[in-house]
Write a protein that binds this ligand. Sequence first.
Ligand code: APR
Length: 189
Amino acid sequence: MGQPKILASYLSGKVQIVVGDITQQNVDVIVNTANSTLLGGGGVDGAIHAKGGPEILEACREIRRTRFPKGLPTGEAVLTVGGQLSARHVIHTVGPITGIGKEPDAKMLAECYRNSLALAANDGLRSIAFPAISTGAYGYPPERAAPVVSETIESVLSAGTPVEQVRLVFFNEADARTFLKHQSFTTTG
Ligand code: APR
């Protein structure tokens, strides 16, 4: 499991832009682009459950039983074990769905990142890796997501949080470059 390929870093190195597989990130917690059922799916969701094993699904089922019988609402985030993953935990969050020709819901996308970072902070987790939430099956235009994601992460980090490292993981270099082109972090390096 080599070190991820770091394309760029921001906020004095606290934020790293990498190309790789979210399931292979050596951090305290990785974020899953779940759906409201919390019972798995394709993309990141499929990869995390396939790699992490049944413990994760069992923890998700328990959360559904005890806290969210109607499903996890968009923008919310929950924490589970990481099962067989190298990450000790998984945070499951449900991103907004953007219909064809519809305006993407920037507020809801920001909530996914904000709530995930808050969960990590509350649990004393110091390093977190995000995939590009909602930009796959859920259709959020990646160039529109980049400024929302960067502004949200920067506002949380500059307000003070015990989270020391935030990794944004892109499945391929083209996606990472699109993010780099449209992000709005104020300080590089
Ligand atoms: N590692 C990192 N990034 C990945 C991986 C992976 N293993 N697999 C896919 N991606 C990228 C996709 O290329 C996309 O850019 O993650 C981004 C998010 O894609 P999705 O996983 O499709 O997530 P999302 O758009 O939020 O849709 C969520 O899809 O799989 C279902 O159950 C899931 O219903 C939910 C919906």
